[in-house]
Design a binder for this molecule. Structure first.
Ligand code: HT7
Ligand code: ZN
Length: 891
C-alpha cells in the first residue's frame, strides 16, 4: 500500500455542500442512491471532482441529470474523477449496490444479529457510496431509510426525524435531517429490532432534549447505567466547559459486533454492547467504570471532534487526545464527587493511577518499538493502524501538560477561544495550540514539539544536599532515544511537579533560591532545556525528593533511590500517585532481580524488607481501600518486559509466580483479616467506596490463592458461591483460577452454566482461561486450552469481542504462556492472524501487533518469531493493515 504523508495535504478542488441519501435496505443487495451538491472550493487549485469508493457496484452516475460527456469521467476501483468546466456547482446522482451481509470487516454498512449498522470512521463511508471521503469535506446530510418493518422496526440516522411512513410489501421508511454540516465519517444509520430506554432532560439554557439508549429486547434492564452516565456527561460539559448539547435528540445504540469501543456519530452514537450494557449480575465495577467513561468520551466528541473536526487524519489526536483528557477529568470528578469531601483527593489519584498504568503498559512499549510515532504522525499506510495508545493516551497527556502549564482557568479560556474561532471547521493541532497560546499570552512554539517527536523522554534527576547551608540542588536533564525515522531529538517542555519530604515524612514548604519565603509544598518546575538546576533553600534536614507528582509528564523518571528510600516514600509520600509509584518501583526492582535469577537458574528469594513495606501499606487502614488495591498490585508484565533486557517472559513469569505466592504466604493473616473485615454493604450499588472495598478483597483472595493458603482458598470458593454481583463472583473465580487450585475447575464450569446464554459474560469466561497462569510445569500449556476454546460453540471468529477475549488475552495479556520456548505459540499466532485477516483486517492487525516488539526478546525467542512474521507477510492477499504492522516489525 502507498504511504501517505502529512506534508502532502492539499485542499480538494471540489467539496460537497449537501448530500441526500436514500437506502433501500436488503441484506445482500442494499441500493444506495446519493445526490450530491458539489461546490468548487475557492481556496484550492483547480481540478476535477474526486470521489473515493471501495468494493462498490456502481449502477448509475449522472452529472446535472445527464450522462457525463465522453472523456470527462475517469474511474478506477477506488477513485472517480469528473472534469467539470465553467461551473461552480454541480449535482451528481450516484446509485451503488452493496452487500451488508458479506461485510465481515465491519467497516461501512454491515449486518449484526439481523440488524443494519454502520461504522464510517475512518474510511468506511466510501464502502457505502462514492464520496470525497476525508474529514475536511463537511456536508449537510438528509437520509431516507427504507426497510422491512418486521426485521427492522427501528430506522435511525443522524439529526432529527422529519418523516416516517408505511410502504407496500411490509416495508416502511424514515427520513432524517441533520442540521449540522459534518464530515462523512460521522454519518450513521441503524435499522434493527431494538427498544429504547428514554429520558427527557433540560439543557442549561432550558431546551428540552430527548435521550435514548437503544438495545435489543431483553436488555432494557441493562441500559440504566449508560443513561445515567450520559446525563452526568451532559451536566459536566455544561458546568466545566459551558458546552451544551446542540441537538433535540441524542441516541446511543448498542451493537454486538463492533471493531472498537464506540463511535461518536452526530446524534447517533453507536457502541460496542460491552460499553453500554450493565446490571449487577453481569457487569463488574470495572465494567461500570468503563461504560461511564466511554459514554462520556463519545458524548464529549460532540464538541471536540464533531463541531470542530480534524482537517485530515494526521490530526487525529486533535479530537482523540483532547477527548480522552476530557473523559479522564470527568471520571476523576465523578469519583471525587461520589467519595465526598474527605475521600475526594484519593479517589482522583486512584483514577490518575489507572490512567498512568494504561499509558505505561500500552503506550510506552509502542513508543519504544517499530510502530513508534509522534502523537501527530508524519505518515501512514493504513489509518486504522493509527488509532493508537500514542494518539489517544499520550495525546491526552500532552493536553494534560497544557492544562498544568496554563492552569484550569487558562485552559478554559483557551478552549473558549478555540471554539470561537473554529466552530464548524475542520482544523489542525496547530489551530488548537495557537488558541491556547493566544488566550494565555504564552509562546507555545517549543511545546509543539510534543506533537512531532516520538519516543518516551527520559527524565534524569539528581539531588545534592548541602548540610552547611540547608540547601538542596535538584538537577533535571532530559533525553529521548532515537525512534524509526527520527534519529535526533530536541528538548521538550516538561512540567515536573516536585515536592520535598522531610525526615518525619511530612512535606516541606518549598523556597527556591531568590525567593523571600517558603510557599506551597508542591510546585511545577518547567524543564525546557537539556538540563537545568533548581536550588531549594531554608531546609532543616536532607529531604527526599518526590518528583513528577501526579505523573505531571509522560516521561520515564530516572532517579537513584535505594530500597530504604522507596519504602520511606511508600509509607509517607503525600502524593498518592507517587506513593503508588514508589511501590511499583520497589516491586519492579524485586521482580526484575528475581527474573534474572530465574533465567540464570539461581534460587528465588523475596527480600524481607520488601514484604515488610508491602505489609505496612496493606495494614494501613487510614488509606482508602481503592488506593491500597492499586498500590498492592504488582506491575503488569507488559510494562516489566519493556524494562527487561532482553525480555524473557518465562523468567519474568517465574518471578511473578514466586513473588505473588510469597506475598500471599507471608502476609496471609493480614490478607485474611482484610478480606473478612471489609464486609459487603447491603445491596450492590456502583459506588467508588464500595468498589474500592470489593477490589481490595478480590486482590486479597488473589494473593491467598496464589499462596494456596487453605483458609483463603475456602474464602474465595465461598464468596464465589454466595456472590450477589458479578464483581464478587468474578473476582473470586479469577482468584481461584490464578491459584490454579482444584476448586477452580468446578467454579469455572458453574460460571459457564450460569451464563451460557449471555454472550458478554462469556467473553469474561474466555478471557480468564486465555489469560491463565500455569503453576505446575506438568500441566498442559494454556495454548492447548485456547485452541480447544476456538471450537467452543460460544466462540465466533467474526465477533471482535470474542477474538479480543480469547486471542487478545492470550497474545497480549499472557506473555508467560504465549512465548513458549518451542515456538508453538508463534505458529498459532501466524495461523490466526492470517485467518482473521481474510475476514476483518482491523481485528487481525490488532492481533498482529502482539509481536511488533519481537526484537526485545531473547535471541532464542527471536529466532522462533522471525519465520512466523515472514510467513504472515508472505500470505496471499494480506491486507494493507497487517502488511504495515509486519513490514515495520521486520524492517
Ligand atoms: N472515534 C472513534 C474511533 C473508532 C474507530 C476507528 C477505526 C475503526 C473503527 C472505529 N470505531 C470507532 C472512537 C473514539 O475514539 O471515540
Ligand atoms: Zn474518541
Amino acid at each position: 500500500a502507498p504511504t501517505i504523508h502529512r506534508a502532502d495535504y492539499a485542499p480538494l478542488a471540489w467539496t460537497v455542500a449537501r448530500i441526500d441519501l436514500h437506502f433501500a435496505l436488503a441484506p445482500q443487495a442494499t441500493v444506495v442512491t446519493s445526490r450530491l451538491a458539489c461546490v468548487r472550493n475557492p481556496d484550492a487549485a483547480p481540478g476535477p471532482i474526486v470521489l473515493d469508493g471501495e468494493e462498490l457496484e456502481t449502477l448509475a452516475l449522472t452529472v446535472d441529470g445527464l450522462d457525463p460527456a465522453p472523456g470527462t469521467v475517469r474511474r478506477t476501483e477506488s477513485r472517480i474523477e469528473i472534469d467539470v468546466a465553467d461551473r461552480d456547482e454541480v449535482a451528481l446522482e450516484i446509485v451503488t449496490r452493496i452487500n451488508p451481509q458479506a461485510n465481515t470487516a465491519l467497516s461501512g454498512l454491515y449486518l449484526s444479529r439481523g440488524g443494519y449498522f454502520t461504522q464510517c470512521e475512518a474510511e468506511g463511508f466510501r464502502r457505502i457510496t462514492w464520496f470525497p471521503d476525508r474529514p475536511d469535506v463537511m456536508a449537510r446530510f438528509t437520509v431516507t431509510l427504507e426497510g422491512d418493518k418486521a426485521a427492522c422496526p427501528v430506522l435511525l440516522s443522524n439529526g432529527n426525524l422529519v418523516e416516517e411512513g408505511e410502504l407496500p410489501d411490509g416495508r416502511h421508511y424514515a427520513r432524517w435531517e441533520d442540521p449540522f454540516p459534518k464530515p462523512c465519517y460521522l454519518f450513521a444509520l441503524v435499522a434493527a429490532d431494538l427498544v429504547a430506554l428514554e429520558r427527557r432532560e433540560l439543557t442549561a439554557s432550558g431546551r428540552e432534549v430527548l435521550l435514548q439508549v437503544w438495545v435489543e429486547k431483553g436488555n432494557l434492564d441493562r441500559a440504566g447505567h449508560a443513561m445515567e452516565s450520559l446525563v452526568h456527561a451532559m451536566r459536566w460539559d455544561e458546568e466545566t466547559f459551558g458546552l451544551e448539547l446542540d441537538l433535540d435528540r441524542f441516541m446511543i445504540v448498542a451493537v454486538s459486533d463492533f471493531n472498537m469501543g464506540a463511535m461518536e456519530n452526530k446524534g447517533l452514537n453507536i457502541f460496542n454492547a460491552k460499553y453500554v450494557l450493565a446490571k449487577p449480575d453481569t457487569a463488574t465495577d470495572v465494567d461500570y467504570e468503563h461504560i461511564e467513561s466511554v459514554v462520556a468520551h463519545e458524548y464529549f466528541h460532540n464538541w471536540t471532534g464533531n463541531r470542530v473536526t480534524c482537517r485530515d487524519w494526521f490530526q487525529l489526536t486533535l479530537k482523540e487526545g483532547l477527548t480522552v483528557f476530557r473523559d479522564q477529568q470527568f471520571s476523576a470528578d465523578m469519583l471525587a464527587c461520589a467519595a465526598g469531601a474527605e475521600g475526594g483527593s484519593s479517589a482522583r489519584a486512584v483514577k490518575r493511577i489507572d490512567d498512568v498504568r494504561v499509558l505505561r503498559s500500552a503506550q510506552f512499549p509502542e513508543d519504544a518499538g517499530p510502530m513508534a510515532h509522534p502523537i501527530r504522525p508524519e505518515s501512514y499506510q493504513e489509518i486504522n493502524n493509527f488509532y493508537t495508545a500514542t494518539v489517544y493516551e499520550k495525546g491526552a497527556e500532552v493536553i494534560r501538560m497544557l492544562h498544568t502549564l496554563l492552569g484550569p482557568e487558562g485552559f478554559r479560556n483557551g478552549m473558549d477561544l478555540y471554539f470561537s474561532y473554529h466552530d464548524g471547521q475542520a482544523v489542525t493541532c496547530d489551530d488548537f495550540v495557537n488558541a491556547m497560546a493566544e488566550a494565555n499570552g504564552r509562546d507555545l512554539d517549543q511545546f509543539m514539539r510534543w506533537y512531532g517527536q516520538a519516543g518516551t523522554p527520559r527524565l534524569r534527576a539528581q539531588g545534592e544536599w548541602n548540610g552547611a547551608d540547608g540547601s538542596y540542588t535538584l538537577t533535571l536533564s532530559q533525553s529521548t532515544q532515537p525512534t524509526p525515522g527520527q534519529p535526533d531529538k530536541l528538548p521538550l517542555v516538561i512540567p515536573v511537579a516536585v515536592g520535598l519530604i522531610g525526615p518525619d515524612g511530612a512535606d516541606l514548604p518549598l523556597q527556591l533560591e531568590g525567593e523571600h519565603q517558603p510557599g506551597a509544598t508542591t510546585r511545577v518546575l518547567e524543564l525546557a532545556t537539556e538540563t537545568r538546576q533548581w536550588r531549594f533553600t531554608n531546609l532543616a534536614a536532607e529531604p527526599a525528593p518526590s518528583l513528577l507528582r501526579g505523573f505531571s509528564a509522560p516521561v520515564i523518571l530516572e532517579l537513584d533511590e535505594d530500597d530504604g528510600r522507596l519504602a520511606f516514600r511508600m509509607a509517607h509520600d503525600s502524593d498518592a500517585c507517587n506513593r503508588w509509584d514508589a511501590a511499583q518501583r520497589y516491586a519492579e526492582r524485586v521482580l526484575l532481580q528475581l527474573a534474572a535469577d530465574a533465567a540464570a537458574g539461581r534460587a528465588l528469594k523475596v527480600p524481607a524488607p520488601f514484604i515488610d513495606a508491602f505489609g505496612k501499606l496493606l495494614r494501613n487502614e487510614l488509606l482508602d481501600p481503592a488506593f491500597r488495591a492499586q498500590a498492592l498490585a504488582l506491575p503488569g508484565e507488559a510494562y516489566l518486559l519493556e524494562r527487561m533486557e532482553p525480555a524473557d517472559p518465562a523468567a519474568l513469569r517465574a518471578a511473578q509466580l514466586h513473588v505473588g505466592a510469597e506475598l500471599g504466604r507471608v502476609l496471609a493473616a493480614d490478607w485474611l483479616a482484610l478480606a473478612e473485615s471489609l464486609v459487603e454493604p447491603g445491596e450492590y450499588r456502583y459506588h467508588p467506596a464500595d468498589a474500592g472495598g470489593r477490589a481490595l478483597v478480590n486482590l486479597a483472595l488473589r494473593y491467598l490463592c496464589a499462596a494456596r493458603v487453605d483458609a483463603g482458598v475456602a474464602l474465595a470458593a465461598a464468596r464465589f458461591d454466595s456472590a450477589t454481583n458479578m464483581t464478587d463472583r468474578f473476582g473470586a473465580l479469577a482468584a481461584l483460577m490464578h491459584g490454579a487450585v482444584p476448586a477452580a475447575e468446578a467454579a469455572l464450569a458453574a460460571f459457564y452454566r450460569r451464563y451460557q446464554n449471555d454472550t458478554l459474560v462469556l467473553d469474561k469466561w474466555f478471557a480468564l482461561q486465555a489469560g491463565a497462569w500455569r503453576r505446575d510445569a506438568a500441566a498442559a500449556p494454556v495454548l492447548a486450552q485456547v485452541r480447544e476454546l476456538l471450537a467452543d460453540p460460544a466462540f465466533s471468529p467474526s465477533n471482535p469481542n470474542k477474538v479480543y477475549a480469547l486471542l487478545g488475552s492470550f497474545f497480549r495479556a499472557n506473555p508467560g504462556e504465549f512465548h513458549l520456548a518451542d515456538g508453538s505459540g508463534y505458529e498459532f499466532w501466524a495461523e490466526q492472524v492470517i485467518a482473521l485477516d481474510a475476514a476483518n483486517p482491523q481485528v487481525a492487525a490488532r492481533m498482529a501487533r502482539a509481536l511488533e516488539n519481537w526484537r526485545r526478546f531473547t535471541p532464542a525467542l527471536q529466532a522462533a518469531i522471525r519465520p512466523q512474521l515472514e510467513r504472515v507477510l508472505a500470505a496471499d492477499g494480506l491486507s494493507p493493515d497487517v502488511t504495515e504492522i509486519v513490514e515495520k516489525a521486520l524492517a
